[in-house]
Design a protein around this ligand. Sequence first.
Ligand SMILES: *[C@@H]1O[C@H](CO)[C@@H](O)[C@H](O)[C@H]1NC(C)=O
Ligand SMILES: *[C@@H]1O[C@H](CO)[C@@H](O)[C@H](O)[C@H]1NC(C)=O
Ligand SMILES: *[C@@H]1O[C@H](CO)[C@@H](O)[C@H](O)[C@H]1NC(C)=O
Ligand SMILES: *[C@@H]1O[C@H](CO)[C@@H](O)[C@H](O)[C@H]1NC(C)=O
Ligand SMILES: CC(=O)N[C@H]1CO[C@H](CO)[C@@H](O)[C@@H]1O
Length: 622
Amino acid sequence: MLGSLWALATIGLVSVQADYGPYIQSSAYDEGEFGNWPTESYRSSALIGPSLNYIEYSPACNDGQYTLIAPRGGGVPHPGPMIIDQDGHLVWTKYYPGQTYNLNIYTFKGQDYLTFWAGDDSIVGHGDGTYYLLDSSYQEAYTVRGANGLPADLHEFHITRDETAVFSIYEVRPADLRSANGPEDGWIWDGTFQEVDIETGDLLFQWRASEHFNFTDVYRGLEGNGESQDRPWDFFHINSIDKDSQGNFLISARYTNCLTYIDGRTGAILWRLGGKHNSFTDLSAGAATNITWQHHARFHDNDTTITIFDNASRGAGAPTLTSRGLYLDIDPDAMTAQVRHEYWNPHDISSQSQGSVQILDSGNVLLGYGFDAAWTEYSIDGEVLCHVHFGPESGFGDGNIISYRVFKHAWTGFPTTKPDIAVFGYEASVSWNGATEVVTWVLEGGSSDMNDDDDDDLFTFLTALPRTGFETVLPIPEDTTYPYLRILALNTTGHTLGATRPVKWDPTSDEVVVSHGDEKAGWSVAQTRSVVFFGIGFVSAVVVIACGLFVRLRLVAREGRGPSGDDKERGSWRPLDGFSGDQDLSEGDMSEEEIEFSLLGNPRLASYSSLPGEREENGEQK
Ligand SMILES: *[C@@H]1O[C@H](CO)[C@@H](O)[C@H](O)[C@H]1NC(C)=O
Ligand SMILES: *[C@@H]1O[C@H](CO)[C@@H](O)[C@H](O)[C@H]1NC(C)=O
Ligand SMILES: *[C@@H]1O[C@H](CO)[C@@H](O)[C@H](O)[C@H]1NC(C)=O
Ligand SMILES: *[C@@H]1O[C@H](CO)[C@@H](O)[C@H](O)[C@H]1NC(C)=O
Ligand SMILES: CC(=O)N[C@H]1CO[C@H](CO)[C@@H](O)[C@@H]1O
C-alpha cells in the first residue's frame, strides 16, 4: 500500500497544480507578449485568475497573508475584488456590475470583513456606488451608501477605531468662483466626507471642503470647467480620510498637495502638511512636506506618524519623477515633520494617480502603485523585498489593468457554495472559490449520483492529494470502475469542509463533465463526515501528503529544473536564483527523469477547455 501511495504521490505532485503559477523576471511578460492583462484560466471554474510576474522576491514576504487587489481597466472584461495567495494564485474573486475599487479587510465588531466599493466610476474620475462588507462566507453582511442621498464615492471607505465608517463624496454644488477667475454663479464638485454608523446608516459627521478651503489654495485651475452644472470644477479631489484617537480627521486631497487635519466637532482646519499653507517645519529639508498629488494618508504609532503614497502625478504629459512611499514623524506640539523612512522603487515607477501604503502585520511595508499594475513589499527601512507586476510594464500608464490600492491581510474564507469539479479522461480537476482552509482533496467513487437522503458511506476513497494553487488536478486511478466521482475538501485536521456534486464519469467520453458548486440544485454536503472518513481515507491522505511534501522538497532542492510544456516561461514556484523566466532551458539540459516530470506537469489548460462537446452537468453555468 505504501508503495502505491508513494507512486501516486509522485505522479500527483507533478500534475497536482493546474494553475501555471507566476512568471519569474519575465521580460516577455513585461513587453506585453502575453497580452494587456495576462491571466490564468481553469478547467473547473469559469473565473479568471491573475498571472503575476515576480521581478524581485524574498522569503521575507512569506507571512501567510493574502494580497488584495481589484483589477479593472481596458484589459479587464469582468472587474471585481480579488484575493491572491502568497504564491501568486487566485483564492477568490467575484464579478460585480460596474467597477470595483479599494478591496481591503477590516475587523468590525470582532469579525473580519472584506470591504470594497462597487459602482459607476465613469463620472470624471470619481464615483457613485455602494460600499460592501462581506463576511467570511462571502455573504453581504452590510452595505453602506451616502447619507442624505449623497453619492458614495470610490476613493475612500475606512472603518475607524470607533467602528464607524468614513468615506468620500463628490457633490455637485453652486459656488462663487471669482477668486479662481471663474463665474460668480459657478459649479464645483465639492470635496465632502461623511462618517456614518455602519449598522444604521445614520450620519454622524459631515465635512465640505468649500466651507473651509479657499479656491486659491489649490494647484488645479478651472481647465474649462465650473461654468455649468454639468461641468463642475473638481478643485479639491478628496482621496483619503482617517480618524485619530482624539476624534479628529486627517484627509488627503489631490489638488491641494497637502494633508489636512480637521477638528472632529467643529470641522475647523487644525493644521495642514504640505501645500500652500503648510503648518510644519520640515526637519528633512523639504522632503517631508513637498508631497504632490498624494494619496492614502494614514496615522500610525498612536497618531505620531503618518504614511502617504506621494505622487500620483497628474499625467498631463509623461510624469518624470518617481513615486515614493513616505513614513513621517509628526510632532503637533513643536509643529515639526520629519522623514522617518522613504520607499523608493529601483524600477522608477511614476504613478499618475491612485496608490497606497500599508504597514503590514509583519512590519514590512506594502506599496500599491495605483495606475501602474505593480506592488512592492519593502522592509521597514525601505529595502525592496518583493516586487510584483500584475500587468506588463510596457502597459504602465495605459490603464489596461490597474488596482486603485493594494493591501495584504490574513483572511479565512468558508464559501457557502460547493467546490467546482471538471472530469475528463483520467483527470479530475477541482477548485473552490474563496475556500482558504482546504489542504487536501480526496477523490471518491460511487455507484450512483446520490440524492439528499443518501448515505455518504456509498462513496469509496480513490486517491487524495494536497491542494496547491487555485485548481488541483487529481489523477483518476486506472483501475477505477465507479461510474460516479466526487471530490471532498479536507482541512488540516482531516475534517470535511465540503464536497463537489457527484459527476458521471466515462473515461472513453470525449466530453468534459463540469459541475459548478454555486448552483442551487443537488444534495447538500454533510459537514460531519470526518469520523467515517477517518477510518477509510484520512490516514492514507496523511501518508500521501507526507510523501508529496518529501518529493516536493527534493524538487525544490534540485538546481535549475526546467519549465514544462511548450511554455518555457512558466513552471512551478522556485527561488529567483534557481531560475529566471527568460533563461532558455532546453530539454537537452534535462535528465530523462526531469523530462518525464515536465511532461506530466502543467497540463495545457487551454487545449483541455477547448475540447469539442464540452457540456455542463446539473444545469447551466452561472
Ligand atoms: C481664505 O482667504 C482669506 C482671505 O485671504 C483668509 O483670511 C483665510 O484665512 C483663508 N482661509 C483659508 C482656510 O486658508
Ligand atoms: C521631494 O523631496 C524628495 C527627497 O528630497 C525628492 O526626491 C523629490 O524629488 C521632491 N519632490 C518634489 C516634488 O520636489
Ligand atoms: C497616545 O497619545 C495620547 C496623547 O496624544 C496619550 O495620552 C496616550 O498616552 C498615548 N498612548 C500610548 C499608548 O502611548
Ligand atoms: C477543521 O474543520 C472542523 C470542522 O469545521 C473544525 O472543527 C476544525 O477546527 C478545523 N480544523 C482546523 C485546524 O481549523
Ligand atoms: C514627489 C514627486 O515626484 N512629485 C511629482 C509628481 O508628479 C507631478 C506631476 O508630474 C510632479 O510635478 C511632482 O514633482
